[in-house]
Design a protein around this ligand. Sequence first.
Ligand SMILES: Cc1ncc(COP(=O)(O)O)c(C=O)c1O
Length: 447
Amino acid sequence: MDDPKELVRLDLEHVIHPMQDQRHNQEGPLVIVEGKGAIIKDAQGKEYIDGLAGLWNVAVGHGRAELAEAAAVQMRALGYASGYAGSSNIPGIKLAAKLAEIAPGDLKATYFTTGGAESNESAFKIARFYWRMKGRPDKVKIISRQEAYHGLTAAAMQATGMRNFWMQFEPAQPGFSHIPTHYCFHCSLKKTYPECGVACADTLEQQILAEDSETVAAFIAEPVHGAAGVIPPPPEYFPRVREICTKYDVLFIGDEVITGFGRLGSWFGLQQWGVTPDLMTFAKAVTSAYAPLGGVMVSEPIHQVFRELPAGTIFNHGYTYSLHPVCCAVAVANLDIFEREGLVEKARTTGKYFQARLRELDSLPGVGEVRGLGLIAGIELAADKKGTPLPSSMGAGMKVFKEAMARGLSFRAKGDTLNLCPPLVITEAQIDSMVNILGESIKVAVA
Ligand SMILES: Cc1ncc(COP(=O)(O)O)c(C=O)c1O
């Protein structure tokens, strides 16, 4: 076994981490060495419930030898083949066909990437390309929402609605704007649901008109805001958004990077409200994170543009690892596990239990709101039920996180909101432990 202290020293010396911060520079990282189901173990041998399923992605749980085997079999046969036009591979074809089977509506064709941000970048480019091919080249703008998280490559970062993610990297990418969202606990329109009539959805129409619809290519939204603190929409929100997008010929991009593959109790999140987007981006749980893979599924009219490109026209967009055979083989095996173990159905039933148990924490002092859907939830700490923030000097979210880690539960705190998203295979007994640890940690940290 590697010496845990030496591992931390080498990490501090040589690794630049994503989202690196000063605290971690001092303390060093938690070095995680193995996992089984919903449990992970660190280099010191301490176990934790993985309350965020890795980074919202380890849907089938840790330690699935079957996925390692699928990768090994494919690597032995063919470790890599280009996915550029003119060549293809068996796992890529099988995966695309499987996705067409489980995706809603006319989403039948997939462009593959290696992660969420790349998928959203690709969706923006496909949207612009589509309108150009349709003879409407001025339709280029992308509208997204405050609080949105769409990844951190250049355009995805600009669509992300939390300004801390782009302020350090200005100048801003042109052509992006953000509208208010359904953050009812802190409504930026100062309205109250349901009397508001979901006015935040109507701001999409206002923004399209303000920009001129002939300049707007697409609107992008996560079915449930994830990174911003797990914020589900009111039920009327997405049907209204769909209507507006259709009315103004604005393509609707559903960012299913977190909500895809069972998280809300349906294969894809927007199915909760009977809504089908024109483009649907996914990543994370498609392989349960055992291999990096993402993609964009497109509707029939968009796919038709690709099938009927005019002579001499090339879709000039590609990644070396698009359609990577090993990642696609892992995804096929992962989706087999989903079907064999009925994980989408399980997420629906376990999700109800999870939501009900978490609501028991709502009455604790320091808990402002408990919210969520299926197997994803946010606990927003606040001084009262009106959402008055706790003093920032208190660092309540981080304090609760540290208390929970000491008791064997890992998750992610976004400011004073605790983000929870366990593997879909979590048991009710493990949910009980999560709730107990959260309750104790909140009592100790926010008292
Ligand atoms: C909704 C959503 N979209 C996109 C991304 C970006 O994915 P990636 O980190 O794989 O680029 C994330 C990452 O958490 C996400 O939550």
